[in-house]
Design a protein around this ligand. Sequence first.
Ligand SMILES: Cc1cc2nc3c(=O)[nH]c(=O)nc-3n(C[C@H](O)[C@H](O)[C@H](O)COP(=O)(O)O)c2cc1C
Length: 116
Amino acid sequence: MAIYQLIYVSSATETFTREKFLDMAFVMSSENTKVGITGMLVFKDGNFMEVLEGEELAVKGLFGKIEQDSRHTLVSVIQEGEISTREYPSWAMTFYNPQTEEYEHVGSPIQWQDKL
Ligand SMILES: Cc1cc2nc3c(=O)[nH]c(=O)nc-3n(C[C@H](O)[C@H](O)[C@H](O)COP(=O)(O)O)c2cc1C
């Protein structure tokens, strides 16, 4: 079965410290694993970029919730459609730390085994 991929960007409506971003991102990580969604979430300079990959209904269902989340605004889809294999077979999170001027990559300990 084909994989559905959706990529969007948005702007945070609240201040996200490193801790706050990681707390939120880890909750999402386990939620996504439950429904077979992989991808990545990046936060930099007040903006998010997220890649969601999985079954079409799962991706669209999740995105429907994300779009209405008041923690961000100006949610703009930059790409969506079917792909033949996952480009992001696990879940990854990246926080740009303005203090150190470095991207901190936080991997999920859970690897989704692609059964689709
Ligand atoms: C930038 C951003 C990215 C999000 N990404 C995800 C995600 O990948 N997975 C997820 O389950 N929730 C994500 N959420 C949270 C959802 O918007 C929503 O709060 C969550 O799915 C719980 O919804 P529910 O309580 O209606 O089930 C994200 C929220 C924001 C602001």
